[in-house]
Write a protein that binds this ligand. Structure first.
Ligand SMILES: Nc1ncnc2c1ncn2[C@@H]1O[C@H](COP(=O)(O)OP(=O)(O)OP(=O)(O)O)[C@@H](O)[C@H]1O
Length: 323
């Protein structure tokens, strides 16, 4: 809480710049005048292609990397000047194997981290048991982590991120490797965190996940913030970019489709298979009519997804990585 009684943003980033030295060349700007504000209890998605700057941002927030310019604050505390006070406010969940002790059991891992956070033996035990239950690993608490599947390790990572009872959670690709059921349960867990007033900054390449979980989504490319939106607004914005898939389409018919008004392009996706992209509301209808009249029966329309939004926002470069 600030002196005025108004709660400080959970995360506030202003004009953030981070340059990396590159051997024999000009520095690489990983973050470029970046602004972001995340409220307590908000789940905020960070979406961007490889190299967009997401990890760099998370590293600066978690005080392991210094900014070149600009400021970043967590609950009103500066990540550089107040780094020591910022750390206990954060829970960081990076995916993969990093940071897990494979030979130790899940419970031992958590007790170890609880001790690092200054909790006594008894409290550490209690916390480990509670968190393992919470992430659905209770029945496997006493098994060595090396026997866990990738998704189970991800859950343990999340439990680890919660050991210090953080107000802000940085989740980097948290559901990678989880089966759909686990991913669904994980989403419920994120809902709980939101209800507890914790802020969540979620890095993901999974548009469906962002759409399902996030209150707002920031699209990043080349270290810059392209847009910050309610994920549903973006879906609506892009509804005019409807796609029609069809197979059994001869070349001459594909050419006729390409000439229809509002058709942006027709892409061949296999022998006789096409993906028709439109860039005007209602343009999919004449495409469907033309296909059906020509006797094509294998036709479907794709609902607008965040991925479409994302690709349109980053433009023609598509998913190519910047130099
Ligand atoms: N230590 C470093 N030295 C030089 N360049 C770096 C370093 N770390 C990151 N970069 C560069 O900064 C840019 C942003 O990288 P970053 O890891 O933040 O991207 P990202 O959005 O997390 O990507 P991904 O989705 O692949 O994890 C990239 O061009 C990357 O090559």
């Amino acid at each position: 809480m600030s002196i005025t009684g108004i709660e400080a943003p959970a995360v506030e980033v202003r004009g953030l710049v981070r340059d990396f030295a590159v051997k024999g060349g000009p520095p690489r700007r990983a973050l470029d005048d970046f602004d972001l504000a995340v409220a307590p209890g908000e789940v905020h998605g960070l979406l961007g292609p490889n190299g967009a700057g997401k990890t760099t941002l998370c590293k600066i927030l978690s005080t392991v990397l210094l900014p070149t310019a600009g400021t970043a604050r967590v609950q009103g505390l500066d990540v550089v000047a107040d780094a020591k006070r910022v750390r206990p406010l954060l829970g960081i969940v990076f995916g993969g194997e990093r940071g897990l002790y494979a030979r130790m059991t899940a419970a031992q891992n958590l007790r170890f981290w609880a001790a690092l956070y200054g909790h006594g033996r008894r409290e550490g035990r209690r916390r480990a048991a509670e968190l393992l239950e919470r992430v659905g690993l209770g029945p496997r608490a006493d098994e060595a982590v090396e026997t866990f599947s990738r998704g189970m390790k991800q859950r343990l990572h999340l439990a680890r991120g919660l050991v210090g009872d953080p107000r802000v959670l940085l989740l980097d690709e948290p559901t990678v490797g989880m089966d759909p059921v686990s991913a669904h349960e994980f989403r419920d867990l994120v809902e709980d965190l939101r209800a507890e007033g914790r802020a969540v900054l979620l890095t993901t390449h999974d548009m469906a996940e962002a759409e399902a979980l996030c209150d707002r989504v920031s699209f990043i490319d080349g270290g810059r913030l392209l847009r910050c939106e309610d994920p549903r607004v973006l879906g609506e914005l892009l509804s005019r970019h409807e796609r029609v898939r069809a197979s059994g389409v001869p070349e001459a018919l594909a050419a006729r489709l390409a000439a229809l008004p509002g058709v942006e392009r027709v892409r061949a996706t296999g022998p006789g298979a096409v993906l028709v992209e439109t860039d005007r509301g209602g343009a999919a209808l004449p495409v469907l009519r033309t296909l059906v009249e020509a006797g094509v029966t294998d036709v479907s329309t794709a609902p607008p997804s965040l991925e479409e939004v994302y690709l349109h926002l980053i433009g023609d470069r598509g998913m190519a990585v910047r130099p």
